[in-house]
Design a protein around this ligand. Structure first.
Ligand code: NAG
Ligand code: NAG
Ligand code: NAG
Length: 642
């Protein structure tokens, strides 16, 4: 009897499984609307954890954003329970288009479609279709979040090949080449270029071929490059070197003030891009990008702090760096900081210039600018600005926890809709946000377990994406770190877009190296490693030999601590070795290296690539306790005249 019942139940379960294996598509309409509406859902299905839908969109203007809002399994409706559609095809005479989405939403589930919102951004119109449609899961059972892979290598400790590649002397090392070529792009010898600008990259053979055309000064790229100059300024001991860096940085401050006052700004201080004569780029672009005012202020405050520590005059700093209220045409920092304080809640385009949303990267650099700015304004004798910045910093900090997605074990790169073709939710921008935005105050720093988990998930996501990830060691058998790009679904080839066309980037791979070195330094300062269930997978992958356990704290006197730190350093060098492996013999760095062949791709001599190798080298020197590394680099080429 018992057996019989069991069988009957099994039979029922099988029948139910067979039934639910079939995908069900709900078709609402099969032709374009004729009643004057501009948006109409055509069909949808939720099958095997993936939501698919198509919609008719009236072609009323060029730039369109189509967003579907829904309710998730927890009955929540937030900016995260929404997804965007992408263009699929033109219909008939082109007055209608079909837009589609195919998004794995299984982690959160989807239970009801709320509305479909179509923004025609060029003409400032929004059209909405209210839906209120139930969604049933059909097809195969929803999958669960895959575990991170098992590690393919166990590098440990610093290696001589990387030490010599990044050594300052002799001439011809990569550090030397990166240093020289970065400076060729600062105040570049290009007709029309003015002082204080940085050309983002050069293009084509001998720079005649402008494909892609990066001959502009981008606010972000320029500030990140000038941040390296500020580091060199702080480290230099040869007088001539120091005064040269100082000149460049004051020119940069003046150039930034000029940008702020350009009458052609379309979106305020978040304008991302200027010509090399430092006038506004007026063509259509992803604007605003509100990270720029923040990173610019950070760089200039770092410089000013070093200048003042070196007994520079506070009046000079007020006049040429800080006090925009009194010196609007020369001093940009106060204005950029107040812009951040009053505008950080606005969404803007991300560092890749692709998506308008609330971005983790942007929030992190804005936070650092506000935290640093509050202290800096006090130093400038400006308590009221300090108070404004400090209260904005507190309010911003309160929003950061919204980026943590416990179901996916990552910090989301943005708090907004899931984008068509970017449904892994992963982006190296999160790691870059920590590198550029950590304010040294234990808020989302290098030892934060959510940050560690994100770094693991993001970096390992590229293993199955790039064929060159199959090359796991160099000819000496030393481990190559994972080639890292912007995000797994990237289609940008460096000159255009192509399916499966995205490549690993030098600066993204160097960022993972820098992250590992800085994590090692941060644990060194903390004197111990504490492991949580959130950070454990990170250590399992990057430091398996130490076999760290959840809930344990390993002090710096323990063997397991040493093993773990050596592993972080070893992975730092492994990521750097990948950068080295795909750097051509002349040491020049493009933007990307080909996902299939490793050959350099895209813009030539990308300034940010050079800056990223140098900042990773600084972080490595710090992890190794090489106090004079930055000094030697800063004095490079000036020693003879000292
Ligand atoms: C669509 O739904 C979202 C989420 O509930 C809501 O915030 C938004 O206001 C709705 N839009 C319209 C026009 O109803
Ligand atoms: C700056 O350069 C751009 C691009 O070459 C040019 O169109 C513009 O007229 C220049 N503006 C000034 C003020 O020289
Ligand atoms: C914030 O942004 C708006 C819109 O760009 C601008 O009008 C306003 O002046 C900005 N606030 C500050 C303090 O710059």
């Amino acid at each position: 009897m018992k057996n019989y019942l069991m069988k009957a139940f099994t039979g029922l379960a099988l029948a139910a499984t067979a039934w639910s294996q079939a995908c069900q598509t709900n078709t609402l309409r099969t032709s374009v609307p004729t009643d004057g509406t501009k948006v109409a859902l055509a069909s949808y299905s939720y099958c095997g954890g993936t939501f698919e839908a198509s919609t008719y969109i009236a072609n009323v203007n060029y730039n369109k954003v189509v967003t579907l809002y829904y309710t998730n399994r927890q009955d929540e409706s937030t900016p995260l329970s929404s997804l965007t559609f992408g263009y699929s095809s033109s219909i008939g005479d082109g007055s209608w288009e079909l837009w589609t989405t195919s998004t794995p939403v299984y982690i959160d589930g989807i239970t009801e479609l709320l509305n479909l919102t179509y923004r025609a951004t060029d003409i400032g119109q929004t059209y909405v279709q209210q839906l209120g449609l139930p969604v049933d899961a059909t097809g195969a059972p929803e999958p669960t979040l895959p575990s991170p892979p098992a590690p393919y290598a166990t590098p440990s400790g610093f290696s001589d090949d990387i030490t010599s590649w990044l050594s300052v002397h002799p001439a011809g090392s990569e550090a030397d080449i990166a240093f020289q070529r970065m400076f060729l792009n600062i105040n570049p010898a290009v007709e029309g270029a003015v002082d204080g600008v940085v050309v983002a990259a050069r293009s084509g053979p001998d720079y005649d071929d402008k494909d892609p055309d990066y001959e502009y000064t981008w606010v972000r790229d320029t500030s990140l490059t000038m941040d390296v100059v500020a580091d060199l300024y702080a480290a230099a001991t040869v007088k001539k070197a120091k005064s040269q860096y100082e000149d460049v940085l004051f020119e940069y401050a003046a150039a930034r003030a000029t940008e702020q006052n350009d009458p052609g700004l379309q979106t305020g201080l978040g304008e991302p891009k200027f010509y090399l004569n430092n006038t506004i780029f007026r063509e259509p672009w992803g604007r605003p990008q509100n990270d720029g005012p923040a990173t610019s202020a950070i760089t200039l405050m770092e410089f000013a702090n070093s200048f003042l520590a070196d007994r520079g005059s506070i009046d000079t700093i007020k006049r040429k760096v800080y006090d925009s209220a009194t010196y609007p045409s020369t001093a940009p920092v106060m204005k950029d900081l107040l812009f951040v304080a009053s505008n950080w809640t606005s969404s803007s385009f991300d560092l890749w210039e692709e998506e308008e949303s609330d971005h983790f990267y942007t929030r992190m650099v804005q936070r650092r600018a506000l935290v640093m700015g509050a202290a800096f304004a006090t130093k400038m004798g400006d308590p009221s600005t300090s108070a404004t910045l400090s209260s904005a910093a507190d309010a911003l900090t309160d929003t950061l926890s919204q980026f943590w997605d416990p179901n996916r074990a990552i910090l989301l790169y943005e708090y907004g809709p899931v984008l068509k073709g970017k449904s892994s939710y992963l982006d190296i921008a999160v790691v870059l946000g920590v590198i550029h935005g950590y304010a040294d105050d234990d808020v989302y720093g290098y030892t934060n377990d959510e940050v560690l988990s994100s770094a693991l998930r993001i970096s390992t996501s590229f293993i199955d994406v790039y064929p060159i990830a199959d090359t796991k060691s160099n000819s000496e058998g030393q481990a190559l770190g994972i080639p890292v790009g912007r995000y797994p679904e990237d289609v940008y080839t460096g000159t255009g877009t192509e399916e499966n066309g995205g490549n690993p980037w030098y600066l993204c791979t160097a960022a993972m190296a820098q992250f590992m070195y800085s994590a090692s330094t941060a644990y060194d300062s903390a004197g111990s490693i504490t492991v949580t269930d959130v950070s454990k997978p990170f250590f399992d992958y990057f430091a398996p030999a130490a076999a760290l356990q959840v809930g344990q704290t390993y002090s710096s006197s323990s063997k397991k601590y040493d093993q773990a730190i050596s592993s972080l350093n070893g992975w730092g060098d492994a990521f750097m070795r990948t950068v080295k492996y795909y750097t051509p013999a002349n040491g020049h760095l493009a933007e990307e290296y080909d996902r299939d062949t490793g050959v350099p791709q895209g813009a030539v001599d990308l300034t940010w690539s050079y800056a990223s190798v140098l900042t990773a080298a600084f972080a490595r020197a710090e992890a190794r306790g090489e106090k004079n590394y930055a000094k030697h680099l800063a004095n490079l080429g000036f020693e003879a005249n000292s």
